[in-house]
Structure formats: C-alpha cells, structure tokens
Design a protein around this ligand. Structure first.
Ligand SMILES: Cc1cc2nc3c(=O)[nH]c(=O)nc-3n(C[C@H](O)[C@H](O)[C@H](O)COP(=O)(O)OP(=O)(O)OC[C@H]3O[C@@H](n4cnc5c(N)ncnc54)[C@H](O)[C@@H]3O)c2cc1C
Length: 413
C-alpha cells in the first residue's frame, strides 16, 4: 500500500525540522494500523499507541524545545496528525485533544494579549503542564461538549468554577469526552461564576483537572458507530477542588483565542484528512491486487474503475490543497476571507473523507467491506467528522452563507 508522505515536504514547502517531526508520525503506521482493528472492534482506548508516541516524543510535539518538547508549530502538528489518522482515526482524533492542551497554551497564547502579571503566571503554569507530559508521559483530554449550545459557541459553558481560597471548585457534566477513563488530566472548559451575574462566555476558564481528583467520575456506556477507540463517555465533576495552578490559560484568554485565532477549531480535521488518504490508498492497492490477505486479483483494467479512481484523485487533491492553504492562513486575527476559507476547509475535509470512503467501497466492491479489511472502519470513522462542534458541517454552511451575503453590521430589517 502507498506509504509516501501525504504532504511531500518539497512540494508543500516544509522545512527539515517539520518534515522530520511528521516523519516520526508516519513511521508509526505499521504498528498503529495493525492495532486499529482490535480497538475498533472492542471500543477500547489505544493506550499502547500513546506509550509509543511518548517514546518518540510525539506527546510533546507542540511543546517548545526549551521545555523539552519537539517545538512543532500548528502546521507541523496538523500534517503529523493526518499521518496518524491514516493509520488509526481514533488515535489521531484523541491525540488532537491532547495536543491542543499544548498548542493553545503555547503558540496560540503567545499570539494573544495578556497583562504582564497574567503572562508571568501563565509562563509558570504552563511549565508545570509541559513537565507532566515531557517527564511523565501524561495524557490530556479536552472535554467541552455539554449537550447544550455552549460547544457551538452560542452560550456559556454550564460547567462552573467557583473561586475559593487557593483554587477553584468545579461542578458540571461533559458529554462525549474522548479519552474518558484513560487521560491523566481533563482539560475542561468551564465558566467562572461571578457574584450576581449570569454565566458569561468571556469568563470561560480552561482547567487541568486530574483524573483521580475527588469528585471526578466517568459515566455511561460507549458503543458508537465509528471512532470507537476514542472512548468518549460522559464525565461528571462534583465539588472537585483544583489549585490555582490548574488554570491552563489566564481568565479571558480562551474567549480571546476563540475570537482571534479561529483556526484553533480546525485541529479536529487531521484525523479525517488521514482517513481520506487511507480510503484512497486502499482503493489503489485493492484494484492493483496488492491488499495483504486478499487473492492478488487485479481490477484496474476496467474503464469504470479508472474513472472512479480519477474522481477520487480529484476529490483528494482538492481536499489536500484547500487544507494546506488553510494551514498557511492560520494565525491571529485572520481576514474574513481566511476565516471563510477555514469553514470551507472544515466542511470539505469532513464531508470528503466520508465521500471518498463511500466511493472506495462502491468501486472496490462487496469483498472490500468485509470486517477483516480496514475500509469499512474507515467508512464508519469518517462519518463522525461532520458532527464535531463547534464547526459541524451544518454550522459551517450556516456561517459561510451568512458571511458571503452580509458584511459586518448589515441586516435586512
Ligand atoms: C467520536 C466523537 C468524539 C468526540 N470527542 C469529543 C471530545 O473529546 N470533547 C468534546 O468536547 N466533544 C467531543 N465530541 C462531541 C462533538 O464535538 C459534539 O459536541 C457532539 O457530536 C454533539 O452532539 P449532539 O447530539 O449533542 O449535538 P447537538 O448540540 O444536538 O447538535 C446537533 C447538530 O445541530 C447543529 N447545531 C448545534 N448547535 C447549534 C446552534 N447553536 N445553531 C445552529 N445549529 C446548531 C449542529 O450542526 C450539530 O451537529 C465528540 C463527538 C464524536 C462523534
């Protein structure tokens, strides 16, 4: 099967450092792709993959070099994530939750405004956070969904933090918390209670809650259609005390990031970029009669198959090119056009990944969707991409349509 990099370093202008980091991720393909079937079948978390990623430094991919990490930037992480997703969608999706705890507190936070005191406190706290990952291989989850409008960015998070002496007391419930029961820390978004005020989005806090803290529990079953290895169960926080240094970003910084660094929400796409490539790789190998464990029957000589593969090639190239441009756009205070391109990209990657898997099954035929082959898993995993808040496929369409037709301040009243 094709093992060439999804993003050829020369063609996509990657420097040697970035290419070497992405190569570390690509090198994990044989192990991760072999383990993927069992984690999917049993809906189990890929703990072994996380041990392997820690060993090769990838848990610290976005931790600055001076803190012992690889110092990878946004684009490097995204492309490395696509290589992981090509082998195992669930590992790539959960790795995103973990990496965001470093990316948001690192490169993103450096681009945002903070008072001198907040900057100093942030430096000290993120050093603790990075140390846990670099030294202990700690794994971070990122539960923010609650089942209401908060994860879509339309309301304040209902999970609350009350300031007390020396720290905060957290109460609330998160749904779909990937890595639940397997992360060492939950990077929870919650709202700081202000006396006499309703909860406000600008008071969002981003907190590292130890998984073994008193009052933390994991609830509910996990038996979904796809991305089964993410183990995204529900999390409950009942009067959980965390010290002041549990703040992963100073008050107000997450709100600022969500408004000024919107490409932060595109970090859910690498898993699906990788799945799109995996569906394509499988199709080429299958039609050439080169899939391991299958009789070496070639099907590539039929014109209908060639046309289908041509359509898949075009869709994959469109997805890859748009994604690569959106990665270049990422940064603080993007233009309206860049934000619209980010929504168009999110929509394109999430929808095209599943469409490529659909075309792959149609083109390869009945035997290709048997459970002993990866394609039917890729098909189910890729179906989940469009559902990820805050930029679901529906919400991207909503926003794009409005933004294309209205300039700031315009109404039809
Ligand atoms: C495999 C998997 C892993 C996940 N992992 C995590 C995780 O680690 N952390 C985490 O926080 N979440 C995670 N999620 C949750 C995900 O981001 C969504 O929050 C979840 O899928 C929403 O489900 P829901 O049925 O409650 O959606 P609803 O809130 O009911 O929304 C359903 C649809 O309605 C639309 N919609 C929602 N709100 C609005 C609005 N205000 N205006 C207009 N349209 C709207 C959206 O298109 C949305 O898809 C995961 C989801 C999946 C499938």
């Amino acid at each position: 099967m094709n093992r060439k990099p999804i993003f050829d370093p020369a063609a996509f202008g990657l420097d040697a450092d970035a290419a070497a980091i992405i190569e570390r991720a690509r090198a994990l393909y044989p192990t991760f792709s072999e383990r993927a079937a069992a984690h999917d079948r049993d809906a189990t978390f890929p703990t072994g993959n996380y041990r392997d990623m820690h060993e090769v430094g990838l848990l610290a991919i976005c931790i600055p070099k001076e803190h012992g990490g690889l110092g990878g930037d946004y684009r490097t992480y995204m492309m490395a994530g696509a290589e992981i997703g090509r082998a195992c969608g669930a590992t790539a999706l959960t790795w995103n939750m973990h990496v965001c705890s470093c990316l948001w507190t690192g490169a993103l936070a450096d681009d945002l405004d903070m008072s001198t005191e907040d900057r100093a406190a942030h430096e000290a706290r993120r050093a603790i956070h990075y140390g846990r990952i670099v030294n202990d291989g700690a794994i971070f989850a990122q539960p923010f969904s609650e089942g209401g409008a908060a994860a879509a960015g339309a309301a304040a998070f209902g999970t609350r933090a009350r300031k007390v002496d020396g720290g905060f007391v957290i109460n609330g419930r998160k749904i779909f918390a990937s890595l639940s029961g397997h992360a060492d820390y939950y990077g929870v978004l919650c709202t700081l209670e202000q006396e006499g005020e309703d909860l406000r989005r600008r008071d969002t806090l981003y907190m590292a809650i130890p998984a073994d803290a008193d009052g933390v529990s994991v609830e509910g079953p996990w038996d979904p259609l796809g991305m089964r290895g993410t183990v995204s169960r529900n999390l409950v926080f009942r009067d959980v005390f965390v010290p002041d240094e549990a703040q992963l970003m100073p008050p107000g910084t997450y709100y600022q990031a969500a408004n000024r660094w919107p490409h932060m929400f595109m970090t859910l796409t690498p898993a699906y970029m990788g799945l799109a490539q995996a569906a394509y790789d499988f199709t080429i190998a299958y039609l050439r009669g080169e899939v391991a464990g299958m009789p070496p029957v070639r099907r590539r000589m039929y014109p209908t198959k060639q046309i289908a593969v041509a359509e898949m090639t075009i869709r994959l190239e469109q997805t890859r090119a748009l994604w690569a441009q959106a990665l270049n756009d990422a940064g603080p205070d993007p233009s309206k056009e860049q934000v619209m391109r980010a929504w168009a990209t999110q929509y394109t990657v999430m929808e095209n990944a599943n469409d490529l898997a659909r075309l792959a099954i149609r083109t390869c035929g009945g035997q290709s969707m048997l459970k002993n082959l990866p394609l039917e898993r890729i098909y189910r995993d890729s179906r989940c991409g469009s559902l990820m808040l805050p930029w679901t496929a529906e919400l991207c369409l909503d926003r794009l349509g409005k933004a294309a037709l209205y300039e700031a301040g315009e109404t039809d009243e």
